[in-house]
Design a protein around this ligand. Sequence first.
Ligand SMILES: Cc1cc2nc3c(=O)[nH]c(=O)nc-3n(C[C@H](O)[C@H](O)[C@H](O)COP(=O)(O)OP(=O)(O)OC[C@H]3O[C@@H](n4cnc5c(N)ncnc54)[C@H](O)[C@@H]3O)c2cc1C
Ligand SMILES: NC(=O)c1ccc[n+]([C@@H]2O[C@H](COP(=O)([O-])OP(=O)(O)OC[C@H]3O[C@@H](n4cnc5c(N)ncnc54)[C@H](OP(=O)(O)O)[C@@H]3O)[C@@H](O)[C@H]2O)c1
Length: 456
Amino acid sequence: MTPDTKLRAVIVGAGPSGFYAAGQLLAEDFAVDLIDKLPTPFGLVRFGVAPDHPKIKNVTRVFEKTATNENFRFFGAVELGRDVTREELLAHYDLVLYTLGTSSDNRLGIEGEDLEGSHPATTFVAWYNGHPGATDYDFDLSCDRAVVIGNGNVAIDVARMLVLDEDEIQPTDTADHAVEAFKSHGIKEVIILGRRGPAQAAFTNPELLELGELKRADVIVDPEQMKLDEVSQKWLDSDLAEPTNRRNVDIMTEYSTREPEGKSHRVVLKYLRSPVEILGDGKKVTGIRVEINEIIDDGNGNPKAVGTGVTEDIECGLVFRSIGYRGEPVDTVPFEPKRGLIRNEGGRVTDEEGNPLPGEYVSGWVKRGPSGVIGTNKKDSADTVEKIVEDRDAGKIPAKEPLGDNREWLKSKVPDLVEWDGWTKINEREVALGEAQGRPRVKLVDIEEMKRIANA
Ligand SMILES: Cc1cc2nc3c(=O)[nH]c(=O)nc-3n(C[C@H](O)[C@H](O)[C@H](O)COP(=O)(O)OP(=O)(O)OC[C@H]3O[C@@H](n4cnc5c(N)ncnc54)[C@H](O)[C@@H]3O)c2cc1C
Ligand SMILES: NC(=O)c1ccc[n+]([C@@H]2O[C@H](COP(=O)([O-])OP(=O)(O)OC[C@H]3O[C@@H](n4cnc5c(N)ncnc54)[C@H](OP(=O)(O)O)[C@@H]3O)[C@@H](O)[C@H]2O)c1
């Protein structure tokens, strides 16, 4: 097909799932416009992945290659629900693919959650990564102990960032405001709390191993915690557990045998504890009350935590809840509030009765939930694109009468939107600022400044 006769897809969200889908749709002869609410592409690769893991961010090279395709266009600073509506996108394009990610967080629903010093990991991560929507947050890091609730890789990222040495933070692309705050903070100990046992931790092995190699922090695991209960042991020995779980137990067992080296900081892994109240002085966090749990079989062989009624108070000045991200409803896009996802059947957006809506698709975290690494989204997008191709071949995605050039239409909505060459200018400026300081980049955090640079 010639560019004029290609079916026109718009992808909303320029994170990994959006970029993987773009590459796959281009290979299937679609023309692709990719829009993002931010002037910068790459979603959580830019605003999630920890700054001290620069190699992970090299995946953007794959996305940059996609952007060189002549049938690809990027339009940054265009937000669905603010600048354009779902109805408009459906009128201007032959199909719409939502790859919006899950920007919000799960709540614990316990007393004290809104005290000063109690934060979702989502905002902390966005803040230290220079997300333009998070620059105004203020994190008082002057206390000496922080508690991170949850046992996923995000909890590890948060804990690690809190104990990195100034010399380890300085050469990264951590946002300048966070570099300054990390320099002078008082935190000496970070406790990571798991509601179940070490066997059920959701960490991946390399991330857990990294905790044991920190320059200025000892990792502390109580050997008593590594005496697994019967249910966990049986589960670990069964096919229900993953090799990752078994390896995690080995790693933590080794940690439990270590004599602390007396480093200036500590990361403590504590298990079988559920937060029941965040304690405060009426204004600020002073501690956290946890209930001690035991593990029972949920009836299917899976370990489940149940409270024993015994509680324990842990003194701390900061609490980060890192218990998973959550999608937010956008415009009139069908949404499942219970799961926090766009309503869909295998990537086809559906109505309340479960019928596929013509020309609407979804992929990535907002399709399947907030789990999986960057590469997981490649397969996920490929599954959705397979459905799109199936529908196209079955004549279910008819070409619509063009309403003019969509670039002009989008520019009429957002005159200073940022196209790919504009992002290239922002990127060059950031890299140049970084070079002078021996850093990969200095992130710009002001949207208006970025738009000015992009459109200069
Ligand atoms: C803190 C953290 C650290 C991580 N670290 C790693 C790691 O080290 N290695 C790894 O492999 N994986 C890591 N992951 C997982 C990885 O980031 C995700 O698997 C991946 O980013 C999900 O991709 P996505 O495209 O679905 O969502 P996202 O990356 O969230 O992208 C969604 C995009 O949609 C845009 N958007 C949202 N709403 C709108 C709207 N209304 N209009 C227009 N655009 C919109 C957003 O701006 C964003 O660019 C990490 C995740 C987190 C949370
Ligand atoms: N370096 C990397 O590769 C990297 C870095 C960051 C993130 N990621 C990926 O991004 C995805 C999201 O990570 P994530 O850490 O946000 O989520 P996650 O891996 O799903 O972990 C969430 C954790 O929160 C716990 N939890 C949930 N509800 C809770 C509650 N009410 N009380 C106490 N604990 C609760 C869960 O415990 P239960 O198991 O008991 O439910 C689990 O330990 C993951 O796939 C992760 O691997 C990867």
